[in-house]
Design a protein around this ligand. Structure first.
Ligand code: AMP
Ligand code: GLY
Length: 424
């Protein structure tokens, strides 16, 4: 099977690593890719948010399967364009990707499907925002309705800051009740009918240790979650994933691809924070590190409506941890073009795999930074303690001037300090 992956971040490097390990994948292409993916796949330039350009590339390569990584191309209709050419595509239609593209739409679907989520008000002007803020009270949760690369949400005790964010949003604003409790990312493969949930992971959204500073796209992740209830995946499947998939089908816009449920484990039970229409980044790096099934066969089955026919998911023992090495000034406009060293040394450390996120090759063939999140140093181990210790050995080996990373990824979980409020 000839596979084309669209995207060029850490998630796509992780997807390419898993796809290249699948004996059924005989040829791997990626567009636009990055310096790490270049070692596994043939890279092609593409304007990924131009559906015709994506479909033309898939056609020219005579691809058997296209896997679309980021939300931008999905919301723009890249999966539709590829399927119109008769090529199998892993990724939802533009109509189904609205589940991620509009928070207000996601709320509506959840209301119909009776999926537990935060109470929310969709506001069209600042007076409505002010009234909603006062109705819910602090901490205030203010969300841009549309796509904002993980930066559209502000959670604050400061009413002025909440109003200021609402003012800065591009259009409609969603104000929500604050959800307490640890967050969980659950990814599910679906063909629009059958749902297969992957192991749960936890992401670290804030830039600094101890969850200090602004939100980012994600600074690290680990999988699985030793503190999660044993029936978490069963609960999420029955109460969140299946009803949502059924509601999307009922609306005539079936969702096939990867449904990502971002959940809060609150004192009043599980609540959906958000849906995404694609694999999470950097959680994919740790989830796929533990998956044993050949990934190409799974994604193809989801793409062609045959997910019920694939064998059950099968997982490696142990844990995986990933730590993002970010460029200077990230999550602000990052300083790029910095020389990256120590990659071979990091990759040689036991259990460590350096996944590239924002990297490129310069004119001389050296690896340089090209984005905010530069590398996702990833490690597996017998347990979280071993995976953590290995991942930070890898991080220490990498050099990039002025880079920063969190030192506490998976630390609370390793120490048994992650608590679901109200749980005994
Ligand atoms: P989102 O883009 O919806 O995933 O939100 C980004 C982050 O903001 C989430 O991962 C949470 O950490 C936080 N967040 C979003 N909604 C809420 C909420 N209702 N209560 C508390 N935190 C939230
Ligand atoms: N790690 C969060 C996301 O992919 O949206």
């Amino acid at each position: 099977m000839k596979v084309l992956v669209i995207g060029g971040g850490g998630r796509e490097h992780a997807l390419c690593l898993a796809l290249s390990a699948d004996p059924g994948v005989t040829e791997l292409h990626c567009a636009p890719g990055n310096a790490g993916i270049a070692a596994l796949a043939t890279l092609h330039p593409v304007n990924a948010t131009d559906p015709t350009a994506v479909a033309d590339l898939a056609d020219a390569l005579d691809a058997d399967l296209v896997v679309i990584g980021p939300e931008g191309p999905l919301v723009a209709g890249a999966a539709d364009a590829v399927r119109l050419r008769g090529i199998a595509c892993f990724g939802p239609s533009a109509a189904a990707a609205v589940l991620e593209g509009s928070k207000a739409f996601a709320k509506e679907v959840m209301a119909y499907a009776e999926v537990p989520t935060a109470m929310a008000r969709v506001c069209d002007d600042l007076d409505e925002v002010a009234a909603a803020l006062d109705a819910f009270g602090p901490p205030y949760v203010v969300k841009d309705d549309g796509l904002a690369a993980g930066k559209g949400v502000v959670v604050t005790e400061d009413r002025e800051a909440a109003l200021a964010h609402a003012k800065a949003c591009s259009g409609r604003v969603v104000i929500e009740e604050f959800l307490d409790g640890p967050e969980v990312s659950v990814f599910a493969l679906t063909d629009g009918q059958t749902v297969r949930a992957l192991l749960p992971a936890q992401d670290f959204k804030r830039v600094g240790d101890g969850d200090a500073g602004p939100n980012t796209g994600g600074m690290g992740a680990y999988c699985p979650l030793p503190w999660a209830p044993a029936d978490l995946l069963e609960q999420v499947t029955a109460r969140v994933l299946e009803p949502t998939i059924a509601e999307m089908r009922r609306r005539g816009t079936p969702f096939a691809g990867l449904l990502y449920a971002g959940l809060a484990m609150t004192s009043r039970g599980m609540r959906v924070i958000e849906f995404n229409a694609r694999f999470g980044d950097p959680e994919t790096q740790v989830v796929l590190a533990l998956l044993r099934n050949p990934l190409g066969a799974l994604l193809e089955a989801a793409a062609i409506g045959q997910l019920d026919k694939v064998e059950p998911l099968n997982w490696r023992e142990g844990s995986a941890v990933t730590v993002v090495v970010a460029a200077p000034n990230y999550p602000g406009p990052p300083v790029t073009g910095g020389a990256i060293g120590g990659l071979d040394e990091a990759n040689a450390a036991p259990g460590v795999q350096v996944i590239h996120a924002g990297t490129a090759l310069d004119g001389a063939g050296a690896v340089v930074s090209s984005g905010g999140r530069v590398l996702c140093v990833t490690a597996t181990g017998a347990d979280l303690a071993e995976a953590r210790s290995r991942v930070y050995t890898g991080v220490a080996a990498v050099t990039l001037d002025g880079s920063h990373h969190r030192t506490d990824i998976a630390l609370a979980a390793e120490r048994g300090e992650v608590i679901i409020p109200g749980a005994s």
